[in-house]
Design a protein around this ligand. Structure first.
Ligand SMILES: [Zn+2]
Length: 325
């Protein structure tokens, strides 16, 4: 899709400023350095093609997954061609086949958290659907992810490493294709780990599947026990019915949301900030404000992020950044 002239203009404007006052310039380096909160990340959708390739390679070496093609050949090379319709089959037919034992689940979780940390994310709410496979139960799946998150959060707690840390929280997803009792099991698992790293439940999955009204008891139980609720809604035309809307609103969700997964669409959060800056003519201070607004709607306290944002803003002030708005 051709970029709008406005975006091009902004990009030229941004790059022409780079040589003068580096810290005031909203460019790739700035948006990466900006401490950010990622509040809509699906674990399986955030796995890079390279990590999937590594997972695939490990399995093939063991004589498994021999019918699967190399992910580097299968993942769409032009990310702009992926849409909500072509998106779900990639997961159903492919990614989940590579993520069905503890070893691969943990390897993928490690890589995803490391990728977000490298992109300057300081607070991450990672969503994942507890998935049953031949070798893992839903409980074992959550335990596997939970262990990796725990290791990262311990690392974050180290005083001297504060600057490099990323705080990670988990949101367990109820997939629309689940039976009501499976949704109850997800809530059980979320409640079991509430107080460690699990901060909420999510409703996700292929929007053309399932009947959300059947999840009401599970969702209300989660909320009554203090879990937060985030919901995917109206992702494709035609499924956003009045009944679905009134059901979801009756749950009083904390957040409604929909984003494009970085693993599939290839646009990291820093790039989303850059695109916003280019298309809406935002300056450095505006972007700090955007990150602060995300920090204000996290499901848990985001101390590391707030500290980092304060420091980042101090650095901007020292550089005497003109507030562009
Ligand atoms: Zn989503």
């Amino acid at each position: 899709m051709p970029r709008t002239p406005g975006a091009d203009e902004q990009r030229t404007k941004a790059s022409s400023q780079i040589t003068s006052t580096p810290l005031s310039v909203v460019d790739k380096a700035f948006v990466k350095a900006l401490p950010k909160a990622e509040l809509h990340a699906h674990l399986s959708g955030s796995i890079s093609a390279q990590t999937l390739h590594e997972l695939w390679e490990r399995r093939v070496t063991k004589g498994e997954c021999l019918k699967l093609q190399d992910p580097l050949d299968v993942m769409p090379s032009s990310r702009e061609d992926v849409n909500i319709v072509s998106f779900f089959p990639i997961f159903d037919g492919y990614i989940y086949q590579l993520l069905n034992d503890v070893e691969s689940i943990q390897y993928a979780t490690e890589s995803v958290i490391a990728d977000f940390a490298r992109d300057g994310v300081a607070y991450l709410e990672l969503r994942t659907t507890p998935r049953e496979s031949l070798s893992t139960s839903r409980a074992a799946y959550v335990e596997a992810v939970h262990q990796v998150v725990g290791r990262h959060n311990l690392f974050t707690g180290g005083e001297s490493d504060q600057d490099r840390g990323i705080e990670v929280r988990l949101i367990l997803s109820i997939d629309r294709s689940m039976a009501p009792e499976q949704a109850e099991e997800v809530v059980d698992l979320a409640l079991k780990h509430k107080g460690d790293y699990v901060v909420g439940v999510d409703l996700c999955g292929n929007p053309i599947k399932g009947d959300v009204t059947s999840f009401t008891p599970a969702i209300l139980r989660a909320k009554a026990q203090g879990l937060h609720l985030t919901v995917h809604f109206a992702e494709v035309p035609g499924t956003a019915t009045e009944l679905e809307l009134s059901t979801i609103l009756s749950w009083q969700p904390d957040r409604l949301g929909h984003t494009d997964d970085v693993g599939i669409f290839g646009s990291p959060l820093s790039n989303e900030y850059l695109l916003a800056a280019m298309n809406f003519d935002l300056g450095a201070q505006d972007l700090v404000g955007l990150s602060r607004s995300a920090a204000s709607i996290t499901f848990a306290d985001c101390r590391v992020l707030k500290t980092k944002l304060d420091r980042f803003e101090d650095t901007l002030r020292l550089a005497d950044v003109p507030d562009q708005h």
